[in-house]
Design a protein around this ligand. Sequence first.
Ligand code: ATP
Ligand code: MG
Length: 323
Amino acid sequence: MPRILTLGEIVVEIMARDVGQSLGAPGVLLGPYPSGAPAIFIDQVARLGVPAALVGCVGDDAFGRLVTARLAADGVDVSAVAVLPDATTGAAFVTYRGDGGRDFVFHIADSASGRLGAAQLSPQALQGCTHLHVMGSSLFAPGIVEAALRAVAQVRAAGGTVSFDPNLRQEMLARAGLKAALRQVLAQTDIFLPSGDELTLLVDAEDEATALQRLQALGVREVVIKRGAAGASCIHAGGRSDVAPLAVEEIDPTGAGDCFGGAYVACRLLGHPPEEALRWANAAGARAVTRRGPMEGASTFTELAALLGRVPAPAAAPQECRP
Ligand code: ATP
Ligand code: MG
């Protein structure tokens, strides 16, 4: 049985109610909602019924309890989430621009999540993990980079695979050492899940074709390109697959990429071929944007099947497709 592990920030998200609102002025904010890119990713994995575990840190406070309770209720193993008595749980504040862009204020680096380190990476946490997912956005402190690289090495040494979503935000790029850490993870990645410029950025390529060549030379076996409301593509050993976006009403785009990634990786580990995993992931990303709150739109197979108009509900499909 596959078991997927990820590590990184566990936070709440507090969001503007209206498009065009600014965090530089008082306004109506909604939340707290469970969030943190690795947390959303692993919640989506668990909702698809694949064993899932998260390594991270929260404070001994209501925010931390909110997120860990949700993850546990959805089936994520949170036994490796440390509750730190002298730190507070992280928070992200987000506003939506009229042009579709988002602005964030992060209280994460100086929160409990910033204390994550190799100490949290116990043998029990890694036990039985067949796949590790790394979020680039989580690599904001040297201790976290060390923990992530150690986890990558241990999962690979045990014959497991690695997926990597850079998940970069403009606000993060200035961080010292971030790009170098991202490149180290990329060089050990099996499934790469970039969106936008992330495809070319880490391999210094001018265009998509050059980036794909360089990624292949690095040993990346599958590149899954997220294109927001334009759908997604996957370049894999069997060629290339593209999937058109599903028509949905976008309420809140935050978390779509994480749900997409969680669904793609879960489906691949269940034995679905890349083009089939891409269809489920496309549906998971589409459904995610229809809910306010980044983790609220994580889906079960039954919910995805309903969106895809598939009959019968394919909760049993993964078993049938297992290699
Ligand atoms: P984030 O990091 O903000 O969570 P991302 O940039 O990593 O997002 P997106 O490309 O925004 O990821 O979304 C992931 C996938 O979800 C898309 O490739 C697409 O399949 C689906 N998706 C996202 N937005 C929409 C939309 N408005 N309509 C339909 N599908 C969407
Ligand atoms: Mg993303």
